[in-house]
Every structure is written in structure tokens, then in C-alpha cells.
Design a protein around this ligand. Sequence first.
Ligand code: HEM
Length: 295
Amino acid sequence: MWRSSLRLGAWVGVVSFAVLAISGDAQAKLMFEQQPMKMAAAEALCHTERPAGFSIMALGDIADADCDSVQTFTVPALLSFLAHGDLDSEVKGIEDLVGEYQERYGTHYPDDAALGELAGAPVDYVPNLPVTYWGFRIMIGFGALSAGIGVLALWLTRRGRIPESRWFPRMTLAGIVLPFLANSAGWIFTEIGRQPFVVVPNPTGVDGVWMYTARAVSNLTTGEVWTSLIALTTVYAVLGVVEVFLLTRYVRGGVEGVLPGPAGRGQGGGRDDETDGGGDGPDTGGSGDALAFAY
Ligand code: HEM
């Protein structure tokens, strides 16, 4: 049962990553057309390039938007392919895009008191580069790592094998956590990469539909925001602790602790039976499914 559930999880991880890579490629092409600044920020691409390489990693101060202090290791022409489906298209860099954005959407925020301290201030069209750059890499990298773990797990459990080493269960646990981190990174990348807009202007869509994030800020006080943040974080932290506690308890109880036993043991009674080898499995009360109790 352990082996089958592990293999099912591994297949889901591997297939999901393949599907995400295909849908991500389609999203990247749309992003290139509709949010060119997000594309440039995702790559910390300061200067326009043709063909443009995909950056695997960057060393130096990415926040420095003129990029001269940043050294990137790139796969040649891959960004052109991701952006436009060919290996030779031009991808605009931040420098050129800032000029274009200023021309289209203005250099300063409107002098409107509703915009608070940003009223009349210059608009910064460059999103937070380190967060956007690393968010994109963590999304893809952690997703790929998790899929790699899935492939390895499928290989090591092929034809009835059960790996004995201590590192194997730890590695498969990482395979569960990594997609959640990749997901969060993808979301953070998307939200930060579209700043300073909450509704991003779409150069290929309806003209004039866009809104600065500064305009969308609600009039909640800082204290109110902190209160809901702390309350929600506490609730989820408590639920997380309970979840891990219950999972640990039932994992220690073993499969027998949650399965109906052979004749006479009845539902959930596996571990109540002192003769079945002992162990510190959970007391399920002798009736009902133990996992139903947990969840
Ligand atoms: C080769 C792999 C991948 C590529 C090329 C890719 C590409 C992209 C792109 C271009 C976006 C931005 C869309 C936009 O803002 O317009 C995005 C967003 C996102 N990605 Fe990925 N991605 C990949 C893998 C993954 C994986 C493995 C996960 C999660 C396990 C993931 C989760 C997300 C999430 C949650 C968003 C935000 C969606 C939204 O809020 O609209 N991506 N991805």
C-alpha cells in the first residue's frame, strides 16, 4: 500500500510538472506581449537583446536596475524562444521599456490626494527585481526538483522494489513540500512583477484600461491590517501544528492501525489488539475509521 501510494504521488508530481511547463510556456508568450516589463524583470534583463538568453542564475546586486554589476549565466536564445517561439526574436530590456511606459502612461502620478504620499510623485515602472527574478526561478526550479524526485522515486520502486535507505523517505517528503513552495513563488512573482499596476495595461487589448496599485489601496488602518494578518496566521499555524501532530501519530501507528483488521478485529481496531506486535499507535476508540477521526 505504501509503495502504491508513493508511486501514485510520484506520477502526479511528474505529470503535473510536464503540464505546468506547457501551460507556463503559453503564459510566458502572453506575458511577453501583454506585460513586457514583467518578462524583462523576471530575467533581470536590463538591455534589449536579440536573441535573448534565459538566465539560469545571477550574481551581484539585481536590485541595481542598470545591471552593470550583475553577472548572469544564460542559456543562449532560450528567452527568445520562451517569449516568442523562435530563437531569434528581440526581447526588450528594462531600460527601453521604462521610456516606453513613461511615454504611454506618464512620468508622474496624478496630483490627487487619494494617492497619498505618491500624489504627484514620479512613477517607478520597474518592479522589485530580486523578488521577481528569484520568484520565477524558485517557481520553475522547485517544480523541476520535485518532478526529479518523482522520477527517481518511480525508478527506485520499479518492479516491486522497496528502497531501504534512510535518505529515501526524507527525499520523498521534500517532494511533497517543494510544489507548495513553487506555487507560492509563482504567485508572488506574478503579483510583484506587475507593479506599479493593480490592473495592468494590456498593449494588445482595450486601450486605456489600467489602474495604479496606489489607487486601489483600501482605507483600512495599519493596525487593522496587522490584526487580520496575525489572526489568520495564528489560526493556520495552529491548524498546521494539529495536522503534523495527527499525521505523525498515525504514521507511527502504521498501516495496520488504520485498516480494518482480519476477522474479529473490526474497524480501526488494529492497534487496540495487544497481540499484533505492540507499537505506540493511536487509540481510535475501537470504532469508526481512524483517518475519519483525524480529518
Ligand atoms: C517550466 C515551468 C514553468 C514555466 C515556464 C512557468 C511560467 C509561468 C509564467 C510565465 C507565469 C506568469 C504569468 C503571468 O503573470 O502572466 C507563471 C505564473 C505562475 N506559476 Fe508558473 N511556470 C512554470 C512552472 C510552475 C510550477 C511548477 C508551479 C507550481 C508548482 C507554477 C505555479 C505558478 C503560479 C501559482 C503562478 C501565478 C498564476 C497567477 O496568479 O495568475 N509554475 N508561471
